[in-house]
Design a protein around this ligand. Structure first.
Ligand code: G3P
Length: 238
């Protein structure tokens, strides 16, 4: 199994619209040079253009896919709604058809109640979206693992967007989460995030049993996203 590097574009300007598309192309180009499963979490309206280099930019207009970027696009959340009268909401089927292969749920910036998370997981399963659920502590990760998502991503909120990584500041959180989640369901992988920026951060996370990392600002807000991502991915070399 390849390690997973998941980049959340959030609503950063650098990850939005045409600027975001250029960033996703850079991420895809870099990912080709490494043995990694690269995932990008895009805003809803950008999923189509990120999952396919679509004809939105061509003279013909429209949104006819003609090439694939070779990375996986996830939505940043889903809602557990079904076909019908839900004006203003986003249907999981539409997200899937737009080209997303998975969804991130319960991010610290978009927390949900546990019953809502369970409903979202079940709708994501119905439509065939992979599921990563964020948790702010090892105990929350343990509780969420009982719903059998594909991954839980543990992120201490106070380190999100900062310069100190979870790998360096809280390595015990990684081992604790891996142990707790494994006891509940060995098929649920653990990702770790918050402040992840460089090769050492990635190396430590993998060494402590994580399947991969979830990050944002280290690449999205970098003055040199390609260089920052290449620097981070060097951590895959052990
Ligand atoms: O979703 C990833 C995120 O919350 C971590 O953000 O900027 O600390 O890598 P960042």
């Amino acid at each position: 199994m390849k390690p997973i590097v998941m980049i959340n574009l959030k609503t950063y300007k650098q990850g939005t619209g045409k600027e975001g598309l250029a960033l996703v192309k850079t991420i895809a180009k870099v990912a080709k040079d490494y043995d990694v499963e690269m995932v990008v979490c895009s805003q809803m309206a950008d999923i189509c253009r990120h999952s396919q280099i679509c004809a939105c930019e061509s003279k013909e207009g429209g949104c006819t896919a003609f090439d694939s970027l070779g990375i996986e696009i996830y939505s940043q959340t889903i809602e557990p709604i079904k076909f019908g009268s839900n004006t203003g909401h986003e249907l999981p089927e539409t997200i899937k058809e737009a080209g997303a292969v998975g969804t991130l749920l319960n991010h610290s910036e978009h927390r949900e109640r546990i019953d809502h998370i369970e409903s979202c997981i079940s709708r994501a399963r119905e439509v065939g979206l992979k599921i990563v659920v964020c948790a702010n502590t090892a105990h929350i990760a343990e509780a969420i693992a009982a719903f059998s998502p594909d991954f839980v991503a543990v992120e201490p909120p106070e380190l999100i967007g900062g310069d100190v990584s979870v790998s360096k500041a809280k390595p015990e959180l990684i081992t604790d989460t891996v142990d707790k989640v494994n006891l509940v369901n060995k098929n649920v992988g653990v990702l770790v995030g918050a402040g992840i920026k460089n090769a050492e951060d990635l190396r430590i996370a993998l060494k402590l049993g994580a399947r991969g990392v979830l990050l944002a600002s280290g690449v999205v807000c970098s003055a040199d996203p390609e260089g920052s991502l290449r620097g981070l991915l060097e951590g895959l070399k052990g």
